[in-house]
Design a binder for this molecule. Structure first.
Ligand SMILES: Nc1nc2c(ncn2[C@@H]2O[C@H](COP(=O)(O)OP(=O)(O)OP(=O)(O)O)[C@@H](O)[C@H]2O)c(=O)[nH]1
Ligand SMILES: [Mg+2]
Length: 265
């Protein structure tokens, strides 16, 4: 192997070296106490960390800079985790994007497994707490039930085979963003990604993942409110898919996609 080719590859484990740069996108709203744990768990071979700040009123931004002077801090344009991720994806310069929460519930060491799946041929590496080897310490029984029902609905309506719909630990090639065309604000963002990935027939590899309890602070998720947002997005996507299959013009499809979600409730 010539020197120039060898330099293009970075060893990421004993058995794997990769060429594509990896961006880690972290949505964070008042997570100053959790960031030290999250940043510490990130592998040293990643290309960049993009932290999307949700107008934090604590020292989230300062702590991120202290921990990692090269961190890219991005303000989100809209409101909610979805708009934060969309801003972060736009700002990411890597060929591979990994999404990870800032509450200390995800282990950055798992990034190696996600990235390995992508370089081995997957388009989308989807974290799953319910695939064999995965686990969660963080979900209440009611959340587990809601997630299971919504997962089954998406599988049925979109021909997917997901085992965990509403999970924030995922990775994908940046080129997939065009097909996902994300347009949402809140916690429904992962559902929308999963549906669009299934509709685009991208190659999905589920990655068993262990979710821990958030270390400090309180959750921003409200089970009923956010469960309904997820349900609305599923129904909205189903309706626009039906219109597409009926061969309706593109303007009608765009209007259906932009339609207020109350029509679907
Ligand atoms: N930038 C930004 N980040 C957000 C926003 N809402 C939530 N987040 C972040 O998104 C991640 C997930 O939010 P959580 O509140 O932990 O929600 P969750 O993980 O679904 O719920 P729990 O399992 O109870 O922790 C965390 O890193 C939050 O800081 C937001 O509006 N803007
Ligand atoms: Mg959390």
């Amino acid at each position: 192997m010539s020197t120039s080719v060898r330099q293009m590859y970075r060893p990421v484990s004993l058995h794997l070296a990769i060429a594509p740069p990896v961006s880690v996108v972290i949505p964070a709203m008042n997570e100053e106490a959790n960031l030290p744990y999250v940043f510490k768990s990130l592998p040293d071979w990643i290309h960049e960390v993009v932290l999307v700040d949700g107008n934090s009123t604590d020292r989230t931004v300062e702590v991120a800079r202290e921990l990692r002077p090269d961190v890219k801090i991005i303000p989100q344009t809209g409101k909610g985790k979805g708009s934060a991720l969309i801003s972060g994806f736009e700002a990411a310069t890597g060929e591979i994007i990994v999404c990870i929460d800032a509450d200390g519930s995800a282990d950055g060491e798992e990034i190696l497994t996600f990235v390995s799946a992508l370089v081995a041929g997957a388009d989308f590496a989807k974290g799953s707490r319910f695939a064999e080897g995965g686990d969660t310490e963080d979900m209440t029984p009611i959340r587990k039930l809601g997630n299971a029902v919504l997962t089954a609905l998406v599988n049925r309506k979109f021909g997917a085979r997901y085992s965990d719909l509403c999970y924030g630990y995922n990775a994908f090639w940046k080129r997939c963003l065009e097909g996902m065309a994300l347009d949402c604000n809140g916690f429904e963002v992962e559902t929308l990604m999963n549906i669009r990935v299934a509709q685009a027939r991208l190659k999905v590899q589920e990655i068993p993942s262990k979710e821990f309890k958030r270390i400090h602070g309180t959750s921003n998720l409200r089970a009923v409110r956010d469960g309904l947002r997820v349900l609305r997005v599923i129904l909205r996507e189903k309706r626009s898919r039906r219109l597409r299959m009926q061969g309706r013009p593109a303007e009608t499809l765009a209007a259906a996609a932009a339609e207020p979600s109350r029509r679907a409730s």
